[in-house]
Ligand binder design. Structure first.
Ligand code: CO
Length: 134
């Protein structure tokens, strides 16, 4: 059911220093910061040959990333995103198998303008999973 790894999202305390780390130390192609107020994050995209890394920083009040950074002082991996062809079919199969879908269970338009869902980390080896329909 799941296809390509679309991205790995990493929550960071300091977006500028994390950008420098990926650009200068690791030698990756790094975008300018992009505010996404609907999602409560500022994102820097790191382009790798086979996938992307998204550096997430809290934006505005009540950002989901702020809570994560309270619990993880150094930042850390926030979620992985797998591509699916049919997000509703994927959701229905996962629910039938007992997995919990976060929120109201309906896909929302994600950071890339495509429908996404998040799956409960406790059902997936402690990892928050995002599914994105491509
Ligand atoms: Co994501």
């Amino acid at each position: 059911m799941i296809g390509r790894l679309n991205h790995v999202a990493i929550a960071v305390k300091d977006l500028a220093s994390a950008s420098r780390l990926y650009r200068d130390t690791l030698g990756a192609k790094v975008s300018a910061p992009l505010d996404q107020p609907d999602h409560g994050v500022t994102v820097v995209f790191v382009e790798l040959p086979n996938t992307k890394i998204e550096l997430l920083h809290p934006l505005g009040e009540g950002s989901p990333i702020a809570k994560f950074l309270e619990r993880n002082a150094d930042g850390g991996m926030h979620h992985v995103c797998y591509e699916v062809e049919d997000i509703l079919a994927a959701r229905d199969k996962l629910k039938a198998d007992g997995a919990r879908v976060l929120g109201d269970g309906n896909p929302k338009i994600g950071a890339h303008g495509k429908p996404v869902l998040f799956l409960h980390p406790k059902d997936f080896s402690g990892t928050l999973i995002e599914l994105e329909q491509v």
